[in-house]
Design a protein around this ligand. Structure first.
Ligand code: GUN
Length: 295
């Protein structure tokens, strides 16, 4: 069997078009959602992400601001930047790109973002809201994107065994919380695996839906999946490849070729989960503006 390929680029395009339609409708009453992205330092992958986010905002008709601080910026300077954005009425969503330089306490910075503007959903208030099923929570963009891909591809989560490999605050943990909520894209039985999990292949082989989010190139191999599984690959890893113009290529956390021979459906890298993340960030920014209007 060769797996159905779940096209994140196409699904993300549809969501971005829906967001753009809503933004245009709001514009007629003089309102415009605004997103600010803060980038500290020169990490090339982060710079690419931040540029893509800004471009996507503008294409959706949103207000977009990107603030770049040097790698040597102090924690106090970054906190001041966050305070300014918290107070700016044109900005509805704030995103501080991670990872931050080692001398800055990321937790302290994330906690400084006004929870009402925390479109990444990383502030403990939003984490808690997600856990208790509060609909006003901002859902972290990557797992939210995975959930939308499942829903829009017709993958039934209700009653399914979803196995997540990885327990990060950005993907694994919020993914588990989304999949156990009641309703569409939820009602799954969830197992979260990590580096201390005993006999990982036997756990992953019991998955109906397998979500790989560990950041290790081609970690999930064919012997770890059972026929008919739906595989979602969240990983984006650069591996050296002298035959490529840039000297590297992108691979996921899943050995795509062999696993796609066994799975019922699979997401490619690139073109799978990646584009969904940006689409959901735009959706969250819209949600932030709509919720701010209700306060
Ligand atoms: N770095 C990797 N993923 C993310 C994300 O979703 N949000 C932010 N702010 N930084 C990231």
């Amino acid at each position: 069997m060769t797996a159905r390929v779940l096209d994140g680029t196409a699904i993300a395009r549809a969501i971005r078009a829906e967001v753009a339609t809503e933004v245009a409708r709001l514009a007629s009453s003089g309102r415009k959602p605004g997103l600010a992205a803060v980038l500290v330092g020169e990490d090339p992958a982060s710079a690419v992400y931040v540029r893509s986010k800004g471009k996507a905002c503008e294409e959706a008709g949103m207000h977009s601001v990107t603030l770049r601080l040097p790698a040597a910026a102090t924690e106090a300077e970054l906190l001041e930047t966050v305070d300014r954005l918290n107070a700016d009425p044109q900005i509805h969503g704030i995103l501080v790109q991670l990872p931050l330089p080692k001398h800055i306490n990321s937790e302290k910075v994330l906690r400084r973002i006004d929870p009402a503007k925390d479109v990444d959903g990383f502030h403990p208030l939003n984490v808690g809201k997600l856990v208790v099923g509060d609909k006003t929570a901002f859902r972290p963009a990557t797992p939210y994107g995975v959930q939308q891909m499942l829903i829009r591809s017709g993958v039934e989560t209700k009653g399914a065994h979803a196995v997540i490999v990885g327990r990060s605050n950005i993907v694994g943990r919020p993914m588990a919380n989304l999949l156990i909520q009641q309703g569409p894209g939820g009602d799954a039985t969830v197992t979260v695996c990590h580096s201390r999990t005993r006999d990982l292949p036997s756990v992953t082989r019991s998955a109906d839906i397998l979500i790989a989010a560990i950041g290790k190139p081609e970690f999930v191999t064919a012997d770890m999946v059972r026929p008919g599984v739906v595989v979602i690959d969240v990983g984006i890893n650069r591996v050296d490849d002298a035959s490529r113009p840039k000297g590297y290529r992108l691979v996921g956390d899943v050995a795509y070729g062999p696993v796609s021979e066994i799975a019922a459906a699979i997401t490619p890298v690139p073109g799978g989960v990646g584009p969904m993340t940006i689409a959901m960030l735009l959706q969250n920014t819209l949600q932030a503006m709509q919720q701010a209007a209700l306060d």
